[in-house]
Design a protein around this ligand. Structure first.
Ligand code: ATP
Ligand code: MG
Length: 442
């Protein structure tokens, strides 16, 4: 098998922070966690590249024996140490030790956490040892390592929850693509490197081949994500399906999925913790507001539940084609483009380009009305209202949209100095509008 290693993209801040920690003169216990496929392993490999280290990928069983073998290869003196976690950890004092998929270790031996704690307290704490634990089972990492109930609580010196890359980093993966094609790709991959790495351009040709391939990664991916995290994947899948079908409130999800109310709340909480679902409130509300809406956390899940899940048997038969996805893809990209537009505004905000520097950004909705993006500076009492359209507009259409946006802005109750903007795929005559951006500006 040929494994193509793609150039490492972005993650500059994370790399810098990790390398600084690796150089520190004291003990560090660093936890890196995040959704499967998000790039944890690759990040740490890049970070430790120039430092002598031991990298161990935990498996389902026999970890102690494998760990010792790997440690021996990195540090030959380990050969004379007995096969015992505590003895090994003591002997690895002052070294850089990475344990990937740490939750596998916990599964094999739940007592391991106390063993690590003892080793840290007795020996490592006053050394230069760097212990770095990685895990994709966010739920397990949170409960067993980060929570105050964990024996390791209070020992960690840093934790990093890795998020998907931004839309703009897709440019580094596909320098030859135009922005429109990048939005199309992002609609499938989000900023998740593993999915980005699957894609080849031209996008539609690749997609058609991929869904017709008997080996397509699409087929098992969602089951794989759910089985890894949860013992009842079917129920979780029903909830994700409901959300993908536009059910955004607790009640709607309950009616659609047919699950009990008492089940849904903890399940949703778990889905949020594992970065598969997110909950958002209107920007004018507190985080605890009852107006919260649930949505799928990334474009990959949205894509999968909309286009792949319902067609699995046809994909299996080989009778499904990308042409059918293409028919409604622009419609689907409406929500994707909102996410892109939000990142665009954040980006120009850094360059101090909008009419003012905003400090937070979100959406707003009430009854049937909705505003795609609102950016606020509460101190200066300034607000920017933005409508986002995945469409080609002429000047008249754009003006009409802004007029309606002005009307809606009055409904929000925001009493700040108001600015209005529009972001669309293409706006003819945008120079004649005050705040109008299209793909050319991205
Ligand atoms: N910043 C990046 N730039 C380029 N490619 C990347 C980047 N991060 C990850 N990748 C690639 O994406 C794929 C998935 O990354 P990786 O295996 O590190 O994810 P992970 O979070 O460890 O996933 P898992 O939870 O499944 O172990 C790999 O092929 C990796 O080389
Ligand atoms: Mg990994």
């Amino acid at each position: 098998m040929i494994i193509m290693i793609i150039k490492f993209v972005d993650r500059e801040e994370e790399l810098k922070a990790l390398r600084e920690r690796l150089k520190s003169e004291k003990f560090e216990l660093i936890i890196i966690y995040g959704r499967r496929r998000v790039g944890k392993t690759r990040l740490i490999i890049e970070a430790i590249r120039d430092t002598p280290h031991l990298y161990y990928l935990a498996t389902e069983g026999d970890n102690l024996r494998y760990f010792k073998a790997i440690a021996e290869r990195a540090f030959p003196h380990i050969k004379y140490i007995k096969e015992d976690w505590e003895a090994l950890l003591h002997a690895l004092k002052d070294k850089v030790i990475v344990i990937d998929e740490f939750p596998n270790l916990i599964k094999e031996n739940p007592g391991i956490i106390s063993t690590f704690q003892r080793a840290i307290d007795m020996e490592l704490q006053n050394s230069k040892t760097k212990l770095i634990l990685l895990g994709s089972s966010v739920s397990m990492i949170k409960e067993k390592v980060l929570s105050y109930k964990s024996p390791l609580y209070g020992r960690r010196t840093a934790s990093l929850r890795l998020r998907p890359l931004s839309f703009f980093s897709l440019r580094d993966f596909f320098p030859e693509a135009d922005t429109r094609e990048l939005v199309e790709v992002y609609g499938l991959t989000d900023g998740i490197p593993y999915y980005i790495a699957q894609v080849k351009l031209p996008f539609w040709e690749w997609l058609d081949e991929e869904i017709k391939s008997p080996l397509t990664f699409f087929r098992d991916e969602v089951d794989f994500l759910l089985k890894y995290e949860f013992s009842e994947p079917t129920k979780y899948r029903r909830i994700l399906e409901a959300i993908a079908f536009g059910k955004t409130t607790l009640k709607e999800i309950k009616d659609f999925s047919g699950l009990k109310h008492s089940d849904i709340t903890p399940y949703l909480r778990n889905l949020i913790e594992t970065d598969l679902v997110k909950r958002e409130v209107p920007i004018t509300e507190r985080p605890t507001s009852k107006k919260g809406r649930y949505s799928l956390a990334d474009n990959f899940l949205a894509f999968w539940f909309r286009f792949i899940g319902p067609n699995l048997s046809r994909i299996e038969e080989g009778t499904f084609s990308a042409e059918e996805i293409k028919e409604s893809y622009d419609d689907y990209l409406g929500q994707v483009f909102e996410k892109v537009a939000r990142q665009f505004l954040l980006r120009i905000n850094k360059q101090e380009k909008p009419p003012f520097k905003f400090t937070r950004i979100g959406k707003w909705w009430h009854k049937g009305e909705e505003i795609d993006l609102i950016a606020l500076n509460d101190k200066e009492k300034k607000a920017l209202f933005v409508e986002v359209k995945w469409k080609d507009l002429n000047l008249r259409e754009a003006k009409g949209i802004i007029k309606d946006l002005k009307r809606k802005s009055e409904l929000t109750g925001i009493k700040y100095e108001k600015h209005y903007g529009i972001i669309a795929r293409k706006i003819k005559g945008k120079e004649r509008l005050e705040l109008a951006w299209d793909l050319e500006d991205f």
